[in-house]
Design a binder for this molecule. Structure first.
Ligand code: AMP
Ligand code: MG
Length: 350
């Protein structure tokens, strides 16, 4: 299949291109599109064949459900049942934006879209290109991240092209994703709201909007937890660069010393070594390739750069990578969650 690649900017959206993209979705095809979190791989969320195609294009296990993207609040009624009052509070506070809510699904949503679940994930993105595209597509665009399964989520169209060229009808290049990490997922199907995936919208922000406690799915915060995560996608190895990645955690001076020792050893074995550092420390490493995820003091910087940095290590053919640890509250919890998965939970404490 020939993939058409088009370029749009948020302040100059070409309606003809949006119409064409919407038509592809309505006819059962697939279009990758920019959102503020990461690029999405979109198909008609109400068409089971479209969802099947998404799984095939990504090489994704079909028990890993898709998020349905809408552009207006009213679109929610057709695809959900029993909308709790918390949903409206969260929508008022965070939609359009990087928050996904889980509801009981209506019969309009095929099981192909929900990975066989009775629940459906819904998000209203803020990116203007995404919103116009969703509207032109008939309002229900099922979309996971537009990467091949297991690879880091794409935050630039060139990474979507790397993974999806020849597999889908169109890629809309809308520049770099603002947030750079996938949405926060909150489950509203139980009495207690539960975070299934950390993201840019933090636990504290959710609690402030709801004026009550919001819990974590235990399977996310406890790597040894035997219970399956409630967001099926969280159980898969994810975001993985091609080389091996280890996180080194502890006092900064000790971390730098240790990473430099590991680097010497790996280089003696003929390996190309990469380091994930911050602006404050990047000049202190001896590795072949040192990349900064931005200032340690800026959590949103680190979120914005992490996936790009992981992809760039692949472009540089690094064999072994070491990363500083970015533990903390707030957005850092999301950054660490992705980094831990990318590292297969390999963490060295110094
Ligand atoms: P992606 O957009 O690639 O990050 O994939 C969507 C994520 O949403 C996956 O990790 C899914 O596990 C999660 N998800 C989608 N629908 C549901 C649902 N009904 N219940 C729980 N998690 C969901
Ligand atoms: Mg994904």
């Amino acid at each position: 299949m020939k993939t058409e690649i088009v370029v749009l900017t948020e302040d100059n959206i070409d309606e003809n291109i949006i119409e064409k993209a919407g038509k592809i979705i309505k006819e059962g095809g697939l279009v990758a599109f920019p959102t503020e979190t990461v690029y999405g791989l979109g198909g008609d969320g109400l068409n089971p064949d479209s969802s099947r195609k998404i799984y095939a294009a990504k090489g994704r296990p079909s028990d890993n459900p898709l998020i349905v993207h809408i552009s207006t609040w009213d679109a929610i009624y057709k695809i959900t049942k029993d909308i709790p009052k918390e949903a409206r509070l969260l929508a008022d506070a965070f939609w359009p934006g990087p928050l996904t809510m889980i509801f009981k699904k209506s019969d309009a949503v095929p099981y192909e879209t929900t990975g066989g679940l009775e629940t459906v994930a819904v998000r209203m993105p803020s990116n203007k290109i995404a919103r116009a595209f969703i509207k032109a597509s008939g309002e229900y665009v099922a979309a996971p991240s537009a990467n091949l399964s297991g690879r880091p989520s794409p935050t630039l169209a060139k990474y979507v092209c790397e993974d999806m060229d020849g597999r889908i009808e169109m890629i809309i290049d809308g520049g770099a994703s603002d947030v750079g990490l996938e949405s926060t997922i909150i489950d509203l199907t139980d009495n207690k709201p539960v975070i299934l995936r950390p993201g840019y919208v933090t636990q504290k922000m959710l609690e402030e909007a709801l004026k009550k406690n919001v819990e974590w799915d235990r399977a996310i915060i406890d790597a040894d937890c035997k219970q399956a995560p409630k967001a099926p996608g969280m159980k898969y190895r994810h975001y993985a660069p091609k080389g091996t990645l280890s996180i080194v955690e502890g006092d900064t001076a000790k971390v730098i010393k240790m990473i430099n020792e590991f680097t010497d050893k790996a280089r003696k074995e003929g390996k190309k070594v990469g380091v994930i550092a911050t602006d404050e420390t990047k000049d202190l490493y001896k590795a072949d390739v040192v990349k900064s995820v931005g200032k340690r003091s800026s959590e949103s910087d680190m979120a914005h750069h992490l996936f790009r940095v992981l992809r760039e290590f692949d472009d540089d053919n690094t064999d072994v990578m070491f990363s500083e640890s970015f533990e903390g509250n707030g957005i850092n919890q999301a950054v660490m969650n992705r980094l831990l998965k990318a590292a297969g939970h390999q963490i060295i404490k110094v």
